[in-house]
Design a protein around this ligand. Structure first.
Ligand code: PGA
Length: 257
């Protein structure tokens, strides 16, 4: 795989967030089956975010030359210490991860992660030499109040606040409207394009013209049926997929959409 996470041409990123699914045995079997059948496409990077406990098994299952990159779904910002139950970015790197999801809506809304936490996590991820995939997105209530743009821009600025320009422009972003996650409701390609353009404008304020290099993924009830039209939408540089990434058939068809 070539220079994943550093593309200046915005090659696509198709990412699987397995959430708390697939233990080590299932992860190994999934990756063995996927790696045997997926012929890497030159215009896209495929990333897999298994549960941390399954990362080593997933990597082993993918074989000697994995056609994908691997990441973890969360880290704590300290490198080590008395933080029972947490894992750090250097540990994720040592375990074989190159990417870390930061600020996923379930971290924000189930576990109470704040904008300040996402800033510290992105900084810790960069310090360890990994690439953050920062997620932003509004709740249904925020959408109904007409504050979508304000919310995603606040989350964007906060998440990237401690990164320098190079780090910010090699990070990956995902727009995931909370009301679309696991609900079967999907933003239309037009909705996604509009908010992605807002995010890119916000990036321009932070990093100038290099904003055009940053990959912005869409996530929220992506399926094999809607993947092609979402990927064709202007400003949509890839997909972050939960439920539909858990089955090899469905994941293969999204990866080749
Ligand atoms: P979903 O999850 O595809 O199951 O809606 C997406 C995500 O939470 O990343």
């Amino acid at each position: 795989m070539t220079a994943i996470g550093t593309s200046a041409l915005r090659s696509r990123v198709i990412a699987a967030n397995w959430k708390m699914n697939h233990g080590p045995t299932a992860a190994r079997a999934f990756m063995a089956s996927f790696a045997a059948r997926y012929a890497p496409l030159p215009d896209r990077d495929v990333l897999i975010f298994p549960p941390a406990l399954s990362l080593a098994a997933a990597i082993a299952g993918a074989g000697e030359r994995p056609p994908v990159g691997f990441g973890v779904q969360n880290v704590y910002w300290a490198d080590k210490g008395a933080f029972t139950g947490e894992s750090s970015a250097p540990m994720a790197k040592d375990a074989g991860a190159d990417f870390v999801l930061v600020g996923h809506s379930e971290r924000r809304h189930v576990f109470g992660e704040t904008d300040g936490d996402t800033a510290k996590k992105c900084a810790a991820v960069e310090r360890a030499g990994l690439t953050p995939l920062l997620c932003v997105g509004e709740t249904l209530e925020e959408r109904d109040r007409g504050t979508t743009e304000e919310v995603v821009l606040r989350q964007l600025r906060a998440g990237l606040a401690e990164l320098d320009q190079r780090e910010a422009t090699t990070s990956i972003l995902a727009y995931e409207p909370v009301w679309c996650i696991g609900t079967g409701r999907t933003a239309t390609p037009e909705d996604a394009s509009r908010i992605h353009a807002v995010i890119r404008e916000g990036l321009r304020d932070l990093v100038g013209d290099r904003a055009r290099d940053v990959r912005i993924l869409y996530g929220g009830s992506v399926t094999p049926d809607n993947a092609t039209s979402l990927l064709a939408a202007p400003e949509v540089d890839g997909l972050l997929v939960g439920g539909a990434s858990l089955d090899v058939e469905s994941w293969l068809s999204i990866c080749t959409a």
